[in-house]
Ligand binder design. Sequence first.
Ligand code: PBG
Length: 327
Amino acid sequence: MHMPKRPRRLRVTEGIRALARETRVSKNALVYPLFVAGGPGVLEDIGSLDGQKRCSPDLLPFLLEKTAKAGVRSVLLFGNPLYKDAEGSSAWDEGGPVQRAVREAKRTFPDMTVITDVCLCAYTECGHCGVVRDGRIDNDGTLPLLAKAALSHARAGADIVAPSDMMDGRVAAIRRALDGEGLADTAIMPYAVKYASAFYAPFRDASQSAPAFGDRRTYQMDFHNASEAMREAGLDIEEGADMLIVKPALSYLDVVRRVADGFDVPVAAYSVSGEYAMIRAAARAGILDEAAIVCETAAGVFRAGADILISYYAKELAGWIDEGRLG
Ligand code: PBG
């Protein structure tokens, strides 16, 4: 009689299951996004992102302390500037929220890895990620502005700059600007693969960065495409990217897998605001078990090949890793 093999012997106790896991999740792999605004004295709830807070640079250490206590060692900073104009000039203001927040973070938590989002959409009046000339996004005219913004973050002490604009050629422009100022050690982690996604809605609300006209489909990717992701990622690597971000995460795990297999650099998956908000709302309504769902989805991201997970649940995930629910 044929006896089938019985892999279930690896499932009988919690200890064996933990030992036999194929996917390991570490707190070191988590990045927590934070929103910083002009201040001082701002610490407020973000309406569209239940459970998340926006703070001014002076109060950032308060949020960093909670982050560090949870065991999360990396943060990604987004700026909500005090003013917007056509060029997005507050993006490279040395006294802007992100620049001040980076200095404050480095002063108070020098071991925290500080990543900054580099884009213009929160800084331009039109809410586009590039400057608009004659009703169109001016790709090449945007590059020097992004380089200025990235440079101001790096000068403030950012460890990694993360351009999220999706203009062509921005990684090369930023690398040149950083190297020109002796900031060769500042890493670049571009959002190399960024889809035009409805999952960003809560973020745009939080950052007041929704485009005033049109949409982002001329520079962000079409969700039907996956090979294009490989071309985008390849170009960013050629231009000097040190790591890559794929975003959103959950609807694009096939793309995470292809990028992770195709390129020999760390790959981050960004579980974006809409993914967070969806799980949060379902949990609040008593429809889903929040911890169980977040652990399951996080494991899925790492199983797909991601090395890094950017998540609004980073602190909670760290706690669940400590409890042995994940990892
Ligand atoms: C800025 C930027 C966006 C996000 C990260 N950087 C919004 C967008 O491109 O519209 C989305 C992050 C999230 O939804 O959590 N370009």
